[in-house]
Design a protein around this ligand. Structure first.
Ligand code: NAI
Length: 466
């Protein structure tokens, strides 16, 4: 029976990063994955393919505005098959890259469904009904998450007309109309893709705002920008039924505050109402779950069984690839006897729409709720020279700092390139920096990032260009 220092179940961004770090630290490592390719949801049917389509559809939509810059190219013509080929090519480049990285780091890989078969044992159900058991000192559960569906509503996904995020990547024809159930990250990113390519998109959301949990001011402006792009919103609307129709599908919803139910019909329906941890077989293995069905850990990724750890979407915290990656590194370090740690106060989050929305740290709403006295500094991209030069003046930067100490507690950006700009705020916050630190850091001119500096100036003292 093969024997390891650590066996990781699940090769998503949490699992494969954990495997690489463990191998780098000198541990004999194996990675078990049920899909034929590595990378999990993120690389195969999530982050990476959606970004391929987001980028391509953004370019498509941009053509209509190029004449404003003096570039006349005529009307953009969509070749959806070629766009989809770009998506699949990008996914393959990434999954091939992971095969290379596993070999380079001498990580043994097993294709099959892995389960914890007691302390120090992982059973793998291989292709063709065969099974194999491997021995290990440590097990890391990194099984990720799956589409949650709508609680209390029966949704029959056929991935053609009624689709999850997976089917919404694979349309071979632009649906003339698309209803998106859920105004969260997936709904708004994939809704944007198809709206740009010509679909009439309606988002039906339970809450009174989109991207619940985001800074309220950002969420409001963002909704206005998306509405300008042609996306319609039905907020405060609880979806109670999704059904196939003769042509397309119907979505029935009722106002959360009470009133008559309404039914809309569209060519396709995307249900994007969250994800649930993938914990099949874990209860039988004696692993404790919390009240929300996630693997219970002790804050250091340890489960209730000695030598069994868990990371990523399957445990508490934001379901984000980069959170899982950092946990993968931390748990590998802990297993190797080091002090692995993740700073959950500084995990950036990005919505890859146009413009992008990015944030790190606390929102104003969270600070108010916690009774923290804070200062807010805001700077709009309309006052930034580079943004004007690029005709990308939508949005603003907001820096929130502690009133007494000036320490930065949160940064929120809506605007072109927000997803890249947010990281200077993350680095600053990782070092407990102040608004003054950020404001006194020389920023190259002309850049969009100068708006970050100006917002910090606004929080600490006064902005220069406003
Ligand atoms: P989400 O939790 O972000 O949004 C789901 C939305 O559906 C919520 O606003 C919720 O109020 C709404 N909803 C739930 N039940 C409803 C009902 N019956 N009627 C109407 N609305 C209803 O979940 P989403 O967008 O599915 O994403 C899943 C996970 O994947 C999230 O944790 C997200 O952070 C992550 N993700 C992150 C991305 C990124 O970082 N760019 C991209 C895609 C996904």
């Amino acid at each position: 029976m093969p024997s390891y220092d650590v066996v990781i179940i699940g090769a998503g961004p949490g699992g494969y990063v954990c495997a690489i770090k463990a191998a780098q630290l000198g541990l004999k490592t194996a990675l078990v994955e049920k899909r034929p390719t590595f990378g999990g949801t993120c690389v195969n049917v999530g982050c990476i393919p959606s970004k391929a389509l987001l980028h391509a559809s953004e370019k498509f939509a941009e053509v209509a505005h190029l004449a404003d810059l003096g570039v006349e190219v005529g009307k953009a013509k969509l070749n959806l098959a070629a766009m989809q080929a770009h998506r699949t090519k990008v996914v393959k480049q990434n999954t091939d890259g992971l095969v290379f990285l596993m070999k380079k780091n001498k990580i043994d890989t097993y294709q099959g469904t892995g389960t914890v078969a007691g302390k120090g044992k992982v059973a793998i159900a291989l292709e063709g009904g065969k099974a194999e058991t491997i021995e290990t000192k440590n097990i890391v559960i990194a099984t990720g998450s799956d589409v949650a569906g709508i609680p209390g509503v029966k949704v029959e996904f056929d991935e053609k007309v009624i689709v999850s995020s997976t089917g919404a990547l694979e349309f071979d024809k632009v649906p003339a109309s698309l209803i998106v159930v859920g105004g969260g990250v997936i709904g708004l990113e994939l809704g944007s893709v198809w709206a740009r390519l010509g679909s009439k998109v309606t988002v039906v959301e339970y809450l009174d705002s989109i991207l619940g949990g985001m800074d309220g001011e950002v969420s409001k402006q963002f909704q206005r920008m998306l509405a300008k792009q042609g996306i319609e919103f039905r907020l405060g609307a609880k979806v109670t039924g999704v059904a196939k129709a003769k042509k397309g599908a119907t979505v029935t919803f009722e106002p959360v505050k009470g009133g008559d139910a309404e039914t809309l019909t569209a060519d396709a329906v995307l249900v994007a109402t969250g994800r649930k941890p993938y914990t099949d077989g874990l209860k039988d293995a004696g692993i404790e779950l919390d009240e929300r069905g996630r693997v219970k850990t002790d804050g250091h990724f340890r489960t209730n069984i000695e030598g069994v750890y868990a990371i990523g979407d399957v445990i508490a915290g934001p379901m984000l690839a980069h959170k899982a990656e950092d946990e993968g590194v931390a748990v590998a370090e802990i297993i190797a006897g080091q002090k692995g740690h993740v700073n959950y106060d500084v995990i950036p989050s990005v919505v890859y729409t146009s413009p992008e929305v990015a944030s790190v740290g606390k929102t104003e709403e969270e600070l108010k709720k916690a009774g923290v006295e804070y200062k807010a500094g805001k700077f709009p991209f309309t006052a930034n020279g580079r943004a004007r030069a690029m005709a990308a003046t939508d949005g603003f930067v907001k820096v929130l700092a502690d009133k007494a100490s000036d320490r930065v507690l949160g940064v929120h950006i809506i605007g072109f390139g927000a997803g890249e700009m947010i990281h200077e705020a993350a680095v600053l916050m990782e070092f407990s920096g102040s608004a003054e630190d950020l404001a006194r850091t020389c920023h190259a001119h002309p850049t969009m990032s100068e708006a970050v500096k100006e917002a910090a100036l606004a929080a600490w003292s006064k902005p220069i260009h406003m």
